[in-house]
Design a protein around this ligand. Structure first.
Ligand code: B3K
Ligand code: ZN
Length: 873
């Protein structure tokens, strides 16, 4: 058994801090081996009853404690805390301590990335730098002075504005920064290193000139242009759509190779995983470019939603994350294709988010109970959180929503707020009652809507009955009805919209579903209509409605909402997959209806639809999305059914794929939607072509595209098609790619990912061998995710192989990562904690693996929380 049992914290136990800190002066004497930190804080008692100041601190060597410039000995060093007794009401606290950045493999606090020093403080990393009131509701002004070797670290950066600098003896230099905006410690940042810099400026709408700087490893300047473009677009967009202007004189982004997540919104000094900064046509795909745009936007938007208004406590994380994801999604949708963005957002909800709801980690978007905060940076808090904001937007409309945002800032700028504060501001500004809506914050799980309809020919009425039900989740047995906006549309047999009305009043297309069961009646419906339900995915729910194949095909052709067209196609795929999973279990061969093929052929050849939308419509749901429709998941059956459908669609539509492939070629590489869309459809076609029975044709086109590609999107599409379809040319292409790119970690991540998701029987063996590949390192989170993460999450057949080898492998990896990088380890374990979703034989093996992990010496809180939840279930 594990040696400790960490205690959970509960949302309802929140109490205001006993002390606060208004100002802090930080002095760093930097070196990778030992850094000395002097923190001089202005402390004020807030609670008259308190007389001991309790500070958080981890892995620190304490040197001294002074109060009002005098040595203070009345303190105790506790595990992960410093208790300072009998302190005055109002005083200057000076703490000196040492840290060892070089030993910091967890990448939390101050650590080394490729020779540079950088920080990651959210959620509780600042306590790895110095003893502090490391909680988001303590807001202080930070002054930071950094001293370091000038050759090794020519650039010394921190939050705010650079106010002074100078040279010292022994090749040392110093820089001082001051951030006038009070902030919690999690937004503190420091970077020291040698970089290339891309500089630019932005003139705000009030004519202030902002200096923009992007810092990257030397030699990478030619990959920074797009990030800068995205940053300026984000700044402009936030002014135009949200009326929000940047507030400091400088905005910096630093790209580092070693980073646990995507990026971090530190005030004025965003630190990014280099994956979300660096791009040029030869190394980055269209998706990479769009990912950069979205993450640059996301972190920039946090300046208001997160930094100017922050979270009172970590249970409120969705206050900043759900809202900021909503803002970045809208940014991407306004700049690019709204439909494509919406569909990709929905795929995350239907894939990973629904999976999380059905797992031992199920939690509301505002969790109630947390052991390790880092475990709650989840798709539920982020993506479902964003869906909740989107539903508010749907209910209020853009104008009222923006009025609510204005009011929110009016009330809470410069403070640490709660989710309830946000909803209250929205309700007050719009005068809409959001009492029931608030349940979305406290109730976990995936709501299901069961819809039935009846048409009455005599009085030309149409009735829609909606039942809602949220199945129990591990964390919460009882569920209550939610306020669900259900956006619908009715069509006559020609595809014309039938206006919604009742007794002479026209009705809004968004229905307020708020009871366990309710019926909506529409009159003047001239004939039995086809109904489009959940337009634009108006709520993060599972929808059940008995659509006929004919209706689905009709909606693919006629729905006015692009998401609905896609969704109809998904439902069609799902019907067929479910039938064929049943056939697999009876050892029968694949059966596909001809009308389904015809419907997809029609979409593929449409000249009206955006090619990017077509590319999404013709792809079956992922194996993980499919799995969410089954009580008991059979990865082999799901893989087989999906694969067979792909083979059928490839061959039955061979001529069409080839024609589309040839008519959708692009020449010069441009990052604009028109070209991205063309490439998307061309590469979807190539994917199907690779699956043709005419193997020669498949190999010829795949090899030709690989050889001729002038951009990574086309290169990786060719390589991916070869691997997915197991073409024999894949070996030579993969070898060639490796030779060309082995020195470039970010590019190699694409290659590792293909190896990891290879449908070949020996995928696991390959993955194991690649652990010693010259481009791989278990110290770099990007490499871990692209090889190991992709294998355990996106190669379900291999990971869940019935011999249990996949589980053994994960246990070995987690054993190694448990102490080295707990955050990354805890993400990798997710597929294992969901054992209840599989057959008994697999369950037993998965459970045994979890039990083995629980005996690890020094099990991290991160893994402990997930394993114990899983085993308790
Ligand atoms: N706020 C950071 C995430 C921090 C994660 C800490 N484990 C990035 C973001 O959401 O913008
Ligand atoms: Zn965020």
């Amino acid at each position: 058994m594990s040696q400790h049992s960490p205690k959970a914290k509960y949302r309802l136990d929140y109490t205001a801090p006993n002390y606060t800190i208004t100002d802090i002066d930080l002095d760093f004497q930097l070196s990778a081996e030992v850094t000395t930190v002097t923190a001089r804080s202005q402390v004020i008692r807030q609670n008259a009853q308190a007389n001991t100041l309790v500070l958080e601190g981890e892995a620190l060597t304490l040197i001294s404690v002074n109060i009002d410039e005098q040595p203070w000995s009345n303190f105790e060093v506790k595990p992960q805390q410093l208790w300072i007794h009998d302190v005055p009401d109002n005083f200057t606290l000076t703490i000196v301590n040492e840290i060892k950045p070089i030993d910091n493999t967890a990448l939390e606090g101050l650590y080394v990335s490729e020779g540079a020093l950088c920080t990651q403080c959210e959620a509780e990393g600042f306590r790895h730098i110095t003893y502090y009131l490391d909680r988001p509701d303590v807001l202080a002004r930070f002054r930071t002075r950094i001293t370091a070797n000038k050759e090794k670290y020519p650039f010394l950066l921190s939050n705010g504005n650079r106010i002074a600098e100078g040279d010292l003896a022994n090749n040392q230099h110093w820089v001082e920064w001051y951030d006038p905006f009070p902030k919690p410690s999690y937004l503190f940042a420091l970077v020291a290193g040698d970089f290339d810099i891309l500089k630019d400026k932005f003139i705000t709408r009030s004519q202030r000139e902002i200096t923009l700087e992007i810092y990257v490893d030397r030699g990478n300047l030619d990959r920074t242009q797009w990030a800068m473009e995205s940053l300026k677009n984000a700044m402009r967009w936030d002014e135009q759509r949200f009326n929000l202007e940047y507030d400091l004189d400088i905005f910096m982004i630093v790209a580092v190779d070693f980073f646990n997540m995507g990026a971090m919104e530190n005030k004025g000094l965003n630190i990014f995983n280099s994956k979300f900064v660096l791009a040029k046509a030869e190394t980055a795909t269209d998706d990479d470019y769009l990912g950069i745009e979205s993450v640059i936007g996301h972190e920039y938007f946090h300046n208001w939603t997160g930094n100017r208004v922050t979270c009172r406590d970590w249970f409120q994380l969705s206050l900043k994350e759900g809202l900021t994801v909503f803002r970045d999604q809208e940014f991407s949708a306004d700049l690019g294709s709204r439909a494509v963005n919406r569909i990709n957002n929905v795929k995350i909800i239907r894939g990973p988010q629904f999976t999380e709801d059905a797992s031992p980690m199920s939690h509301p978007i505002r969790p109630d109970q947390v052991i390790e905060m880092n475990n709650f940076y989840t798709v539920t808090v982020y993506e479902k959180g964003s869906e909740v904001i989107r539903m508010l937007h749907t209910l209020l409309g853009e104008t009222q929503f923006q009025a609510g945002m204005r009011y929110y800032f009016e009330c809470h700028d410069g403070t640490a707020a709660t989710c309830d504060d946000f909803i209250q501001a929205m309700a007050d500004a719009s005068q809409i009652d959001l009492t029931q809506f608030k349940r979305w914050y406290s109730q976990s799980g995936t709501p299901e809507l069961f819809v039935t309809t009846t048409y009455n020919e005599c009085d030309q009425t149409y009735q829609l009955t909606v039942k809602q039900l949220t199945p129990s989740t591990v964390d919460q047995k009882e569920k209550q009805p939610l306020h669900i906006p259900l956006d619908i549309e009715l069509y006559d047999q020609h595809g014309q919209i039938i206006p919604l009305q009742y007794q002479g009043r026209s009705l809004h297309s968004v229905l307020d579903v708020n009871a366990s069961e309710q019926t909506f009646t529409f009159d003047c419906v001239p004939n039995n209509p086809v109904i489009a339900l959940l337009r634009e995915f108006s709520a993060p729910v599972k929808l059940h409605y008995n659509y006929s194949t004919e209706d689905l095909i009709f909606l693919m052709q006629h729905a006015t909402n692009d998401f609905n067209r896609y969704d109809a196609a998904q439902m069609l795929f799902n019907q067929n997959i479910q039938e064929n999973v049943a056939r697999f279990n009876m050892s029968k061969s694949i059966a596909l209806s001809e009308e389904m093929i015809d419907a997809f052929r029609g979409i593929l050849l449409s000249t009206q639809l955006d090619p990017a939308l077509i590319a999404l419509i013709v792809m079956p749901p992922s194996e993980n999305e499919i799995a969410n429709q089954f009580e008991v998941v059979n990865p082999d059956a799901i893989h087989w059914a999906r694969q067979q459908i792909i083979l059928q669609m490839a061959n039955l539509m061979a001529d069409e794929w080839l024609a589309i492939y040839h008519t959708h070629q692009t020449h010069d590489y441009h990052i604009e939607h028109h070209d991205i869309a063309k490439r998307a459809l061309k590469n979807a076609s190539l994917f199907y072509i690779a699956h043709l029975t005419d193997n020669q044709c498949a190999q010829r086109l795949v090899k030709a595209q690989y050889a001729q590609a002038n951009n990574m999107t086309d290169t990786i599409a060719a390589l991916g098609a070869a691997v997915r379809a197991q073409l024999s040319c894949r070996h030579e292409l993969m070898r060639d790619f490796e030779q060309q790119w082995h020195q470039d970690g970010l590019v190699m991540d694409k290659w590792f990912m293909l190896q990891a998701t290879n449908p070949a029987k020996d995928a696991l063996q390959q993955v194991k061998q690649l652990l010693t590949h010259r481009s791989f390192s278990l110290a770099n989170p990007n490499r871990i995710r692209s090889l190991i993460g992709a294998f355990v999450s996106n190669n379900p057949v291999a990971f869940h192989a019935s011999n249990g080898q996949g589980y053994h492998f994960l246990v070995e990896i987690l054993t190694e990562l448990n102490q080295k990088n707990p955050q990354v380890a805890a993400r990798l374990i997710d597929p294992l904690i969901r054992y209840k979703r599989y057959d008994l034989a697999r369950q037993q093996r998965m459970k045994a693996a979890l039990e083995q992990l629980l005996t690890l010496p020094h099990l991290s809180n991160d893994l402990y929380e997930k394993i114990t939840k899983a085993l308790a279930d």
